[in-house]
Design a binder for this molecule. Sequence first.
Ligand SMILES: Nc1nc2c(ncn2[C@@H]2O[C@H](COP(=O)(O)OP(=O)(O)OP(=O)(O)O)[C@@H](O)[C@H]2O)c(=O)[nH]1
Ligand SMILES: [K+]
Ligand SMILES: [Mg+2]
Length: 348
Amino acid sequence: MGILERIKEIEEEMARTQKNKATEYHLGLLKSRLARLRSQLLEGPKGQGKSDEKGFEVVKYGDARVALIGFPSVGKSTLLSMLTKTKSETAAYEFTTLTTIPGILEYRDAKIQLLDLPGIIEGASQGKGRGRQAEEQRILLERELETVGIRLNKRPPNVYFAKKNTGGILFTATVPLTRMNEKMAYMILHEYRIHNAEILIREDITVDEFIDVVEGNRQYIRCLYVYNKIDSTTIEHVDRLARMDNSVVVSCELELNLDYLVEKIWEYLQLIRVYTKRQGNPPDLKEPLILREDSTVEDACKAIHRSLADPTQFRYALVWGRSAKHDPQRVGLTHPLLDEDVLQVVKK
Ligand SMILES: Nc1nc2c(ncn2[C@@H]2O[C@H](COP(=O)(O)OP(=O)(O)OP(=O)(O)O)[C@@H](O)[C@H]2O)c(=O)[nH]1
Ligand SMILES: [K+]
Ligand SMILES: [Mg+2]
């Protein structure tokens, strides 16, 4: 039996199985089997070099990447063409875009690579997906991304997990577990042929989250749900969509709310700008370092030059701005930076 058939069989069995105390472990087992098969499917057969093919087949460029993922003809290419200098073909028929089209969104001195992807659709081959309501599309997209190991707007579970060579399974939970337990963990690990490991669970996780930890390859990605074409629905509907979590409503056609969308994209990327300065010179305000929100002086040094954070080179740094207690503050490598700080590195 092929992987796809086995996946289908397990999905069917799960759908038939009632959720209760008696079936809890069996369902946990099915879930882990399903997760293993899906991973196999994504990785492809071992030793064929296929697993190296990552990303969207477009060269990475700029400070961050945003992928536009959605059903056909929702206006992804129209949006890319509005927000960047790139023109991506748009048309009223589905699957106009057949390959990934990159464009650059310039905002707050950062270059953000937008990727216009071909429309994705649940069961495209069966011709499904016409006339879907926005909310339904959202659920289907989430489900589609879930099955390939993408977790949207979630944090990785607070669990320490390390495979070992010997010593058996060492299981510890620092909080009461109400949604899974040690027995379930053993069973799932057994399914993964893991017989030696250290597990420290620090929050009340679900079985699915435990499987995510064991798989270890999940992508935790922030996601904005953008509802386009608000010009062609009722104000009540728009209002309902706009109130949902992580949502922005726009109209590319009427150019409604696009500035707000760009602001939101910036917020979701969690980036900061750090302006660098040489001794005796004003800061370079044209090209800031674009760093992740939780970056330190060390990260900034590494972004300037690989070896700048080495103890042989780095003496201290001066920081002006919101992260500084006084201007300038003399700091070390571990100092956390904030948006719009100015940084001067003093070398040995
Ligand atoms: N009414 C309305 N139509 C829009 C809006 N934005 C885009 N469209 C139209 O919707 C149709 C599809 O737009 P595309 O940008 O090609 O959609 P897409 O998501 O890239 O489609 P595929 O590449 O086929 O998946 C085009 O006819 C656009 O002119 C909008 O805000 N309002
Ligand atoms: K289209
Ligand atoms: Mg398109």
